[in-house]
Write a protein that binds this ligand. Structure first.
Ligand SMILES: Cc1cc2nc3c(=O)[nH]c(=O)nc-3n(C[C@H](O)[C@H](O)[C@H](O)COP(=O)(O)OP(=O)(O)OC[C@H]3O[C@@H](n4cnc5c(N)ncnc54)[C@H](O)[C@@H]3O)c2cc1C
Length: 384
């Protein structure tokens, strides 16, 4: 067993780990970093979307593959459209494979970074009250560091009902003009029963190439295999012509609950989707992770300490908590909640709210857009 010491250990070479590393290097960090990843290579079957080009650091903006200035919601025979003129509120998307390719180009060969792929590791529970020190056990090696970031931490679930977001998406090639390439169908065909809210998300890259994704916010255990069959049925329904070829799939399960807590081991910092950087009411985490990475790199580079700012401001956590409590109490109401938001709030307010940049009056208009009774009831009744 050898004992080593580095300045920073990053466990998990996914979005949060690599975003932090990129931000550190871009901001001139000169300490030593060990990256430990259990996979042999990064997971590239992901597309990350967010609102507002300017919300992304300028060094990553060239990776944005598509921007849309219009998105829609539909269900129960009603359709609502949001349009914006400005890139500040546009819906943007970048692909994981482009992100990782750019990152590895930037980071490869740097003498201060050691990469361990395909490597199992174990966090060691050492608490040093006066410092941030962490320890990691690897095969035949024990490494300590001044700071440790773990995107693979365990999470503790609340008792009783909790909602997960399940999604299975097919990237499809169709005959030309099958999609309106200028508009994202953010939530189409919204339906719900007492434990599951379902909709289809359509991200059209071109008029003949799009992601068609079946999404469920559900309190049941959903089977991704069954959802894949259901998604295939949607793809082959004839709505997108008869010439549809599925090119690839992307899928996932994300927790939607502000009460989920990361399980902290020693001084390890839980990061990413498992480290409470996910917006509970939507499952969006990309921008939060980018902002956190920039801030953390800044404080490590300038003061060699961690930023104390919470990745998601408590006001959004409180609003998301109440919104999700209403959903848990009355899941069948979900299409009404999202339709009310779509109908009564404009694109700019919606985009600012989704990116945690809402003004006080934006927040008021979101609250006003909601049906009042279920929220008052949720505020004053306990959950079983
Ligand atoms: C298919 C998909 C699409 C998404 N789309 C969006 C979107 O459009 N917009 C948005 O805002 N958010 C989106 N999200 C949510 C979120 O942005 C992503 O989940 C994001 O990848 C989270 O980053 P992360 O670093 O927490 O996790 P990951 O990117 O998954 O990285 C975690 C890494 O840790 C590694 N790991 C796991 N266990 C260990 C271990 N024991 N030791 C070492 N390494 C380990 C994993 O292999 C992985 O590489 C999406 C999620 C998924 C799954």
């Amino acid at each position: 067993m050898t004992n080593d010491n580095v300045d920073i250990i990053i466990r998990g070479a996914g979005l949060s780990g690599i975003s932090l590393l990129l931000a550190l290097i871009e901001q001139g960090y000169s300490g030593s970093v060990l990256v430990v990843e259990k996979r042999a290579e990064p997971e590239t079957q992901k597309t990350w979307c967010f609102w507002g080009e300017e919300n992304l650091s300028s060094s990553l903006r060239h990776l944005i593959k598509r921007r849309w200035f219009s998105w829609s919601f539909s269900g129960d025979g009603q359709e609502y459209h949001h349009c914006t003129q400005s890139s500040e509120h546009a819906y943007c998307c970048l692909q994981a494979e482009d992100f990782y390719q750019y990152a590895f180009e930037k980071l490869k060969g740097l003498p201060t970074i050691e990469w361990l792929w395909n490597t199992d590791s174990e966090l060691i529970d050492t608490v040093d009250a006066n410092a941030n020190n962490v320890e990691l056990a690897l095969k035949g090696r024990r490494v300590s560091a001044s700071f440790g970031f773990d995107s693979a931490c365990g999470i503790s679930l609340p008792e009783g009902n909790t909602i997960n977001q399940y999604f299975v998406g097919a990237w499809v090639k169709t005959s030309p003009q099958s999609f309106n390439a200028k508009k994202v169908a953010l939530m189409s065909n919204m339906t719900a029963d007492e434990s599951c809210f379902e909709f289809t998300y359509i991200l059209p890259f071109n008029s003949d190439y799009a992601l068609i994704e079946l999404t469920r916010f559900s309190m049941r255990d959903e089977s991704l295999a069954d959802m894949q069959s259901a998604c295939e049925d949607i793809v082959n329904s004839g709505d997108y012509g008869n010439d549809v070829v599925i090119k690839k799939w992307e899928k996932g399960v994300l927790p939607m609950d502000t009460r989920i807590a990361p399980v902290k081991v020693g001084n390890w910092n839980c990061i990413g989707a498992r480290g409470s950087m996910i917006r509970a009411s939507s499952g969006y985490a990309f921008l939060t992770i980018q902002r956190w990475a920039q801030k953390t790199a800044q404080s490590l580079c300038s003061e060699n300490k961690l930023s104390l700012a919470k990745p998601i401001s408590p006001i959004y956590s409180a609003l998301d908590f109440l919104f999700l409590k209403v959903m848990r109490k009355n899941m069948a109401l979900s299409p009404t909640l999202f339709s009310s938001m779509a109908k009564n709030v404009n694109a700019v307010v919606f985009a600012r709210f989704m990116t945690e940049k809402a003004t006080f009056s934006d927040v008021l208009s979101i609250i006003k857009a909601m049906p009042i009774r279920p929220f008052v009831k949720a505020l004053f009744t306990p959950e079983h």
